[in-house]
Structures are given as C-alpha cells and as structure tokens.
Design a protein around this ligand. Structure first.
Ligand code: 5GP
Ligand code: MN
Length: 339
C-alpha cells in the first residue's frame, strides 16, 4: 500500500459511506477480531458499517464487542446481498482469494464497490482496488492496527477496538509463541493493553471456556495420533462418527493439530477431519522452520495459508486422503530432514 493509496483512502473516509466488512469463511479469532476492530473504528468515523461473515463461527468468539451486530450470509442471504450491492466500500480481511469467502464469492465479485484488502496470507489475488498485504505480519489484527496508524489515527483506538484487535493477535500467534510474533507485535499488544484490552480476561474468554465434550474429543484425537519418524511427520484423524459421539461444535478441533507439532523431532503435523455434510476432508497443516506447508497444501490439497500454518481439503475418503498424504512424503524427505 503506497502513501498515495493511504491519502486516497483517507479522503474516501472523510465523508460518510456505506461500508461492508467481510472475513473469510469459517472465521477464526483473527478474522473476527480484525473485522470487528475495523467495524468499531469505522463506526466512530460516522460511516454506516455492516460486518457480514460468510457463515457462523465458534462460540468462544461470541463475546467479542459488536458480535451481536454480525450478519451471517448463509442464513441472512437476502439482507446481506442487498447491503453488498449498495456498498460504497467493501473491506475484505484475513483472506486474499475471493473463493475463501465461500458462497459470498459471486456477489463480491460482481460488486462495483471500492474494495480494500487487508491480509497476511501468501500469494494475494488481484481482486481489490487497494491491497494492504504483508506476509511478515503475525495477524490481520496487527495489520488493522498499522492501517489505523497509517491513517494517523491511533488516538481513536478505544477499549472495544483494542479488545477486538488483541483477540486476533493472541490467537494467530498462539498466545505470542509462534515465529510470526515480532517485537513489533509485542509493542502493539502493549499499546492495546494500555488502550483498555484486558489481556488476561481475553485469554480466559477464548481458551478457558471449553466444554467437557470438547476435551473428550481432544482425548480421542490424541489417541488417534500417529508418527512417521523417517519423515518427521505426525498426523491425527477424526471421523465424522467420532465428532458426532463427542457432540462436535464449530471450533472444537481448533488448535488440536499443534499437539502433533509439539512432539520432539517433528517438523510437520497434520489433522484430517471428516466432514460428511460438506463431503470433504478438512485438512490443517503446521510446520516448524523453513518447511512450507503453504506450498505443500497448494501442491496437493487445494489449499494454502502461511509457511508454518496452512489449510486444505480433499474429496477422497478419509482413509484414501491419509494414504495420499503418506505417499507424497518421500518427495519431501530431504526438506523434512534438513530442518
Ligand atoms: P487452519 O488450519 O487453522 O484452518 O488454517 C491455517 C491457515 O491457513 C489460516 O491462516 C487459514 O486462513 C489458512 N487456510 C485454511 N484453509 C485454507 C484453504 O482452504 N485455502 C487457503 N488458501 N488457506 C487456507
Ligand atoms: Mn489471520
């Protein structure tokens, strides 16, 4: 994003506009934190703002300030489409390929609104008028802070905005432990705490509100964990039957893949989750060091993300997906063992 872009956006935001903000499908903490943070900020500038999520998100994010105002496109399609068609500006946050907005893709593609992308994933597509893309950033929330800073307006960050942005920085950095966490990330987190984000409460709201069944499902996942030492790889499977047994709810498997990566000597970890409703196997991949699960997922599982955290999917059965995964590993023998 150039200085000229910033000046143009500043001008654009000087008079009240109809604005829609969109996170990716199956929004996570960073997607909801960044969109809600931007929502509160733009409301303060007297714009008409609506946040439209492609679909629902986990309960552990449903306390974030502004949550009750969020529209869900899959259940509120007409109202959402109308707002998108009328919008002057559409912000797309925490994704960089329109298909990541799920069923919102066509209506977003057709819209003639000025589009502003803020995102930290690799290989951005060229669909937005203004693109703020930085793969070195820990999170889109960190980028929204920078965005407001580029508008020279951090004085307008209040406790609600700070709380929203803190959520995504915390979740996307794994509570400040992943390698995407920089000294700048910590400085911004410190600023957000000074502006009213209650760091301990936020952590508690997101991570210490587990249900008993969710922990039981974790136990099931961990007992399904397999290791392939020669490829320094660990993987977990969860069948639809297992998910149903433990009354699976959206978000219940978030973070489970990291247990594989926590093992001594493991460089890549995967989780394969059967989703009978969507007819896919949802895949999450994590890695350590230079091994790029973004490239691995793009090459084999129709996905992408970051170097050390990516997602993807497979249309094969769970068994065949795992077999495919294992059969690919020899190609990566060197890359996995050179870490
Ligand atoms: P997760 O495994 O937690 O679902 O996702 C890890 C990272 O990869 C996140 O940054 C997420 O946005 C991204 N991601 C997840 N699934 C996909 C996908 O199907 N395609 C792409 N391009 N990115 C994905
Ligand atoms: Mn993110």
């Amino acid at each position: 994003m150039t200085q000229q872009d910033i000046e143009r956006i500043k001008q654009l935001l000087e008079s009240p506009k109809q604005i829609v903000i969109v996170p990716h499908k199956n929004p996570d903490g960073d997607a909801m934190g960044s969109t809600l943070g931007l929502y509160h900020y733009l409301k303060k500038l007297n714009h008409q703002v609506t946040l439209i999520a492609p679909n629902d998100y986990p309960d552990f994010l449903k306390w974030i300030p502004g949550d009750s105002t969020v529209l869900k496109h899959d259940s509120q399609t007409k109202e959402s489409d109308n707002l998108i068609q009328k919008a002057d500006i559409i912000f797309t946050l925490d994704f960089n390929a329109l298909h990541r907005a799920g069923n919102m893709e066509p209506v977003l593609a057709q819209s003639r609104a000025i589009k502003i992308m803020i995102d930290h994933h690799q290989a951005p597509e060229d669909f937005a008028t203004y693109v703020f893309s930085d793969v070195a950033m820990s999170s889109t929330c960190e980028m929204v802070y920078h965005f407001i800073d580029m508008l020279e307006d951090t004085k307008n960050i209040d406790a609600d905005i700070a709380t929203c942005l803190y959520v995504g920085i915390m979740t996307d950095t794994g509570s400040f432990r992943f390698s995407c966490t920089s000294s700048h990330t910590h400085r911004i987190a410190a600023n957000l705490i000074e502006k009213g984000a209650n760091n301990s409460q936020i952590h508690n709201n997101v991570y210490d509100t587990n249900t008993y069944e969710k922990i039981q499902l974790l136990g099931c996942a961990l007992s399904n964990l397999k290791i392939i030492p020669e490829y320094r790889t660990a993987y977990i499977t969860l069948t639809q039957k297992e998910l149903t047994k433990y009354n699976y709810k959206k978000g219940d498997t978030e973070g489970v893949v990291n247990y594989g990566l926590s093992l001594n000597n493991i460089v890549m970890a995967a989780i394969f989750i059967e989703d009978k409703q969507e007819g896919i196997i949802k895949i999450s991949l994590r890695s350590k060091g230079d091994f790029s699960v973004n490239e691995f997922s793009r090459a084999h599982f129709e996905g992408g993300g970051h170097t050390n955290a990516a997602g993807g999917k497979s249309l094969l059965s769970l068994k065949d997906t795992v077999e495919k995964f294992i059969s690919i590993l020899p190609t990566y023998y060197k890359a996995l063992n050179n870490e």
